[in-house]
Design a protein around this ligand. Sequence first.
Ligand code: BJW
Length: 236
Amino acid sequence: MVVLTGAGMSAESGVPTFRDALSGLWARFDPQRLATPEAFLADPALVFGWYLRRTRMVLDVAPHAGYRALVRLARLRALQVVTQNVDGLHARAGSKDVVSLHGSLLHYRCTAGGHPVPLSDILALTGGPRVLPPRCGTCGSPVRPGVVWFGEPLSEAALARAHAITAEADVVLVVGTSALVYPAAGLPHHAARHGARLVEINPEPTPLSASVDIRWPEPAGTALPALAAAVLARDS
Ligand code: BJW
């Protein structure tokens, strides 16, 4: 079983979904325009401030019952999590070996050399909502969040693993994603071409909905614990 998650997976933990993520100073910006290398070049303090606020926010919340249900399910069935999320909540809930397609809000690096910067240095920054990115201690280039922006390539290793895993899956649970952003949105179709059944857990329909075998229009925090309980009941 492969579980492909998106921002809706974290909504019940209190993390706004990507397309709901803008408030305050950023409310008048389109997130698709902020999450780009061009936006960072044009207004580094605006973009860095947005990421710093979101980094602090994800550290302040906890994985909900749906996350814990995936950890229980992984004890009952071979299960691999592939996530588009950058909040680290799967790992914090106890999921092992998560494939992260879009990087992490908890890892920062410099723009020129990719030198890692300790998260504690980032969290020590003061001010806001606009925050000038610090400079790398090694090469002096501006520091950026370790996420994948629009127009940037995903990690080749992560994407290759996601393709390999989904090609072998019997079932892919697609949880809390609008299925709009590629190449991640292509993974369920790739799995289906290789014989997997698709289950979509999302209160709202998406462009993927017409292609799935089962649509389960409930929040992740309800559906995933119910699924784990059903599998456990079947096994006992
Ligand atoms: C609930 C719920 C609850 C609510 N329970 N559900 C093919 C066709 C067209 C375009 C492209 C293409 N291939 C590539 C592109 C371009 C682009 C793209 O896809 N654009 C589209 C918008 C059209 N893709 C890229 O640029 C990618 N790069 C790339 O392809 O590079 C190629 C290249 C090769 C070589 C050299 C150079 C380039 C990169 C994509 C990176 C995406 N990054 C982001 C930002 C990460 C950092 C950050 O967080 O700021 O990743 S964008 C954003 O979208 C974020 C998310 O991971 C991603 C997906 O969003 P997600 O997770 O689906 O969230 P939402 O908010 O959209 O939806 C939430 C859903 O949850 C909703 O459906 C709700 O109903 C639901 N929900 N509560 C269950 N309780």
